[in-house]
Ligand binder design. Structure first.
Ligand code: AMP
Length: 123
């Protein structure tokens, strides 16, 4: 399957500085900012700066420097947000079944309260 990246997605616009964001952390390869509609006291989105749609796209096509930079950014965000002791959840939705809304890879870092089971029961 080929991956198609739409450079008009909202996170691409954030990366180009066309719309504002509440930055938590930035490095050469990653940007982390607060989710506009937080679902927990900590709700930060970590995105790579490169044009990758999803985790599978990124881990197939990104360079080793990009992958290392992105994963390190997740660690930095956990440290900055102070969620390591109590715990947190890292989620990356992809595609239709994953109910991905924004087609630029992002990892949600959620914490600051007990988060319940990983998935809601099937409805
Ligand atoms: P997903 O369903 O995994 O694609 O999640 C997309 C997330 O992006 C949602 O949690 C939204 O609340 C969040 N979001 C959408 N637009 C913005 C924005 N401009 N700034 C920050 N977060 C956003």
């Amino acid at each position: 399957m080929g991956f198609h990246y739409d450079d008009q997605n909202i996170f691409a616009k954030i990366l180009r500085g066309e719309i504002p964001n509440n930055t938590v952390y930035e490095s050469d390869h990653a940007l982390a900012f607060r989710d506009l509609y937080p679902q927990a006291p900590t709700h930060v989105l970590v995105i790579p700066k490169g044009p990758y749609v999803s985790m599978d796209h990124f881990t197939q096509d990104a360079s080793e420097a990009e992958i290392v930079g992105f994963m390190r950014a997740i660690g930095e965000v956990c440290k900055l947000e102070g969620v390591s002791d109590a715990g947190f959840r890292a989620i990356s939705n992809a595609g239709a079944d994953g109910v991905q809304e924004v087609p630029h890879l992002h990892v949600h870092i959620l914490g600051g309260r007990p988060l319940g089971r990983m998935l809601a029961p099937e409805t």
